[in-house]
Write a protein that binds this ligand. Structure first.
Ligand code: COA
Length: 162
């Protein structure tokens, strides 16, 4: 059985992330979306909120599970017995940032191979920060996030707060 972890902050999950998950589902028996618990960052959505938002939008895929992790990704991947770590690539700059991490993760845990999945062109411009910025100014989020995520974003920024 092949198990891939797909790590990230997912603050919030976007259609770009879902595009990567859809591709990973075709490659691996199980895909675990691993939400980073990073105490030094101030996310818009709490860890619990991020996890339940993700669970809702990945429920169409029975082979996708959602977990959280803290500390080193390589250690988490080792502990769950992952064969692969999936990372999406939107651009050459993503690759430049990701390759050193893949090398370092391989040094720490060579049983999990980093697999780079190219994003589909229509999602190459999406990032969680941009989505939050557009939501903050009540801009259109069509095709950027699923409807449930858009509702959660709008609720956070009601009255221009957050
Ligand atoms: N579609 C849409 N957005 C994408 C995307 C895609 N396919 N791929 C990346 N992104 C965006 C995210 O939305 C996010 O945008 P933002 O910066 O505007 O919020 C950004 O790219 C990066 O997000 P993400 O992929 O979630 O990465 P991250 O930087 O939050 O976390 C980890 C990356 C979790 C893999 C890394 O920090 C990690 O491994 N942490 C654990 C500690 C560790 O092991 N460190 C040593 C590493 S060698």
């Amino acid at each position: 059985m092949t198990l891939a972890v797909y790590p990230g902050s997912f603050d919030p999950i976007t259609n770009g992330h879902l595009d990567v998950i859809a591709k990973a589902v075709r490659l691996f028996d199980e895909v675990r979306v691993a939400v980073l618990h990073n105490p030094s960052k101030q996310p818009l959505f709490s860890l619990d909120e991020r996890m339940s938002m993700i669970r809702e939008v990945v429920s169409v895929w029975p082979t996708v599970k959602v977990e959280s992790f803290r500390g080193l990704l390589a250690v988490y991947a080792h502990d769950v017995g992952a064969n692969a770590v999936v990372r999406g690539l939107r651009s050459v700059s993503d690759f430049e940032a990701e390759l050193p991490m893949a090398h370092m993760n391989q040094r720490m845990n060579d049983s999990a191979v980093t697999v780079f999945v190219p994003s589909s062109l229509q999602y190459a411009d999406i990032s969680s920060s941009l989505v939050k910025q557009i939501a903050m100014y009540q801009g259109p989020l069509t095709d950027c996030v699923p409807a449930s995520i858009e509702r959660a974003l709008r609720a956070k920024y009601v009255g221009g707060n957050a």
